[in-house]
Design a protein around this ligand. Structure first.
Ligand code: NAP
Length: 344
């Protein structure tokens, strides 16, 4: 059953500071007709990612979203009509279908369209097996090059990427310390995610706690946040340390870039390496990462948390949750259940 309109959120203005409803405009249009080579996808679940703020404001690793266009987002949907060989109605697909009910697409986009593996729940396809879980995998193993017995520290530790990154490092035999905001998140990291130590950056002195929890220094710092966490970690790195620059959410809303970390020079005497990466560069190896994550999940060695909001109308507020820290785990939004029975 189709709704008879396509509800959409368009990008109305570029945020300065905090993201607000004013940055978006609600529109209802006819459902598009798929052209030859396209499928019509009914969107079911949206992924919320801090990088969307960058897409709204400037050209980065992808061009920014033009004003007046549908807000770009990774999502899972169901093919309801196909004029594209290889795709059939009922199949679940993920791609960059945006904040709308329906997308007529040839499968292109920042995250190219691919089918979900059989029986994969749509939420899991966007959380553990989505961009954040894949990012944690490549960030820890390829960029971080973690080794057994090393001390691994992660900021944004209770988030979608950070919580999986810390658990992968733990699986590889590291001592794992997480930096997160608030007692609830810190307790979860210790009790449910198996971290060895936690720092509540809203209440604790990050530097003093890092010294106490990492008496042998830091071998790998996985940074999702930037700012004070990065600077304090840099002051405590070991010889040949790796700093994994995954993200820097503390600066995403800054009007002018903050000064660089004063302790960066410690990389010189410690012969450290600080390296950024974009997970999309690893697309050819996503199957490898997915298989490993599925194995660890099946063995009960990964604890993954999702935070689900319902209703397309709530998309702007849901995006803002990432920047206030209201989200606890992978931020998702459920738009609808699949309208068709999946093919058997
Ligand atoms: N390089 C890549 O390819 C790639 C791919 C995916 C994600 N990332 C990056 O990974 C990071 C995490 O993304 P995610 O999707 O997993 O989101 P997430 O961690 O699930 O959610 C964002 C979290 O950031 C924390 N935060 C927000 N503002 C902060 C501030 N000013 N200072 C400290 N912490 C703050 C909040 O946690 P607290 O409650 O703990 O403050 C919030 O829950 C982001 O930096 C993102 O850009 C990079």
């Amino acid at each position: 059953m189709r709704n008879d309109v396509n509800r959409q959120w368009l990008l109305a203005s570029r945020p300065e500071g905090v993201i607000s409803d004013e940055n978006f405009r609600w529109q209802e249009t006819p459902i598009p007709e798929p052209r030859h080579g396209q499928v019509l996808v009914r969107n079911l679940w949206l992924s919320f990612d801090p990088t969307q703020r960058g897409w709204m404001t400037r050209d980065t690793y992808v061009p920014m979203i033009p004003l007046g266009e549908v807000m770009r987002a990774a999502s899972v949907g169901q093919v309801v009509e196909s004029r594209r060989p290889g795709y059939a109605p009922g199949e679940l697909v993920q791609g960059t279908f945006g904040w709308q009910d329906y997308a007529a697409t040839d499968g292109g986009g920042v995250i190219p369209m691919r089918k979900l593996p059989p029986r994969m729940p749509p939420n899991l396809a966007l959380s553990l097996f989505g961009i954040t879980g894949l990012t944690a995998y490549f960030g820890v193993l390829d960029i971080g090059q973690v080794k057994e017995g090393e001390t691994f520290v992660v900021s944004g530790a209770a988030g979608a990427t950070g919580s999986i990154a810390g658990q992968i490092a733990k699986l590889k035999g590291c001592r794992v310390v997480g930096i997160a905001g608030g007692k609830l998140k810190c307790d979860w990291l210790l009790r449910e995610a198996g971290f060895d130590g936690v720092i509540d950056y809203r209440a604790d002195d990050i530097g003093a706690r890092l010294s106490a929890l990492c008496p042998k220094g830091i071998d790998v710092f996985y940074d999702n946040v930037g700012g004070a966490a990065l600077n304090e970690a840099l002051a405590r790195i070991n010889l040949r340390a790796r700093i994994v620059l995954c993200g820097a959410i503390s600066r995403y809303g800054a009007k002018t870039p903050p000064a660089g970390p004063a302790n960066y020079f410690n990389l010189v005497p410690k012969r450290g390496r600080m390296e950024g990466f974009i997970v999309l560069d690893y697309a050819a190896r996503f199957p490898e990462a997915t298989a490993a994550l599925a194995r660890w999940l099946g063995e009960g060695r990964l604890n993954q948390k999702e935070d689900v909001v319902e209703g397309l109308e709530n998309a702007p507020n849901t995006l803002a949750r990432l920047f206030s820290g209201e989200n606890f785990g992978k931020q998702l939004l459920k738009i609808a259940d699949p309208p068709l029975a999946p093919p058997t």
